[in-house]
Design a protein around this ligand. Structure first.
Ligand code: ADP
Length: 357
């Protein structure tokens, strides 16, 4: 299977201060350059750990498409960044034995970007469009007949002499990925035959992912240390792999042990200020603001974003989903509120490290 990538521009950018977070589940700058050659990326359903229901559903669809000799139905994958949407799309292409093109909505801004992509397709090819909710209206209008009837409707000429020309295109599979399914227009949503959600990973699955990655980079790590790392990885394989690399760096400098043990993990991640639940300064500042300045909430997202100097979309897609997942935050119609568990964790952190705000 060949992978053609025109970028992988994931959802969130560094904050206004230009800083990147170690526990940001989007790709960091250095990772963007490497993302298509990611050596840790699983290449088959077997290597893709966790998400058993998703694998089952997609495995059946892939087998059925193969036995009919048809292109797989258009597929929408949604869930927070770093959970494996791109990886899964590439695995599906591999299993189908077809070429995969990887792109994202910001790279398909002009009609000619979409037209160029669709016209040059091989039959049954898979096209992965990241952040599909960000496609503009013109691009969406071009995609509808392509997805439904394998037809490109082009306007040729200008002004009164312009006319519509339709071109047939080969069968193909569009895999759209989004962190914000609610932002997808409903005609677009309706054109996906299969829609699947990726969930945060539990500690056990993350532990397996960490062990697999450690093995691939020739690193020895104890069971206890992998579990400790898993607990701090925010349910996200991308973060688990990133933290593993930082722990390896730390161990190379500060340890002579053959295996990474739990003390090395704790020391390395304490140094990077990633706490026992995977929270960093941004999360703690967010919780601190809610707890100290607003009595625990409810507070509107824009107020929080302005006070923290963050983009509200980043808070919504990167910071809040994990806080909600671990039961620290509720989104209510009146705004955000913290839970008693969050207050307890925040206070514990305060007593542990007086510099936390
Ligand atoms: P997304 O497209 O959802 O942002 P990616 O597919 O780019 O996420 O996954 C991020 C990284 O995490 C991948 O490079 C891969 O190494 C790792 N990864 C993701 N899902 C899994 C999994 N189920 N098993 C093992 N590694 C995974």
């Amino acid at each position: 299977m060949a992978i053609v990538s025109s970028i992988t521009n994931h959802s969130s950018l560094p904050n206004d201060k230009g800083e990147e977070r170690l526990v940001d589940s989007s790709l960091l700058r250095e990772e963007k350059k490497l993302s298509t050659k990611d050596s840790l990326r699983p290449k088959s359903f077997e290597e893709f750990l966790g998400q058993s229901e998703l694998k089952k559903v997609l495995g059946i669809s892939v087998k059925a498409a193969l036995s009919r000799g048809e292109a797989l139905d258009h597929l929408m994958l949604y869930g927070p960044p770093g959970l494996g949407k791109t990886t899964m799309a590439l695995i599906i292409a591999e299993e189908l034995g077809v070429k995969a093109k990887v792109t994202s909505a910001p790279a398909l801004e002009r009609p000619r970007d979409i037209v160029g992509m669709l016209i040059n397709m091989q039959p049954r090819e898979l096209i992965f469009v990241d952040e599909i909710h960000r496609l503009n209206n013109i691009s969406q209008e071009l995609l509808y007949p392509a997805m439904e009837d394998r037809r490109l409707d082009l306007t040729v000429g200008k002004g009164t002499s312009s006319r519509m020309r339709s071109i047939d295109i080969p069968p193909f599979t569009l895999v759209g990925a989004t962190t914000k399914p609610a932002s997808l227009s409903s005609p677009m949503r309706d054109r996906f035959g299969i829609t699947q959600r990726l969930d945060f990973y539990n500690h056990l699955d993350l532990e397996k992912i960490i062990k697999r990655s450690a093995n691939l980079i020739n690193l020895s790590i104890t069971d206890e240390a992998s579990l400790q790392l898993a607990k701090r990885s925010r349910g996200t394989p991308r973060i688990a792999n990133r933290l593993l690399r930082r722990v390896r760096d730390y161990a190379e400098v500060y340890s002579s042990l053959k295996s990474i043990d739990v003390k090395i993990v704790n020391d390395a991640l304490d140094l990077h200020r990633v706490d026992q639940r995977g929270l960093d300064q941004t999360d703690l500042s967010y919780l601190g603001l809610l707890i100290n300045d607003y009595g625990g909430g409810p507070v509107g997202i824009e107020t929080l974003a302005a006070a923290l100097g963050e983009d509200s979309a980043t808070l919504e897609t990167v910071v809040e989903p994990y806080l909600m997942q671990i039961g620290f935050l509720h989104r209510t119609p009146r705004g955000r509120t913290v839970t008693p568990a969050a207050e307890k964790h925040y206070l514990l952190n305060l007593t542990k490290n007086s510099t936390y705000e």
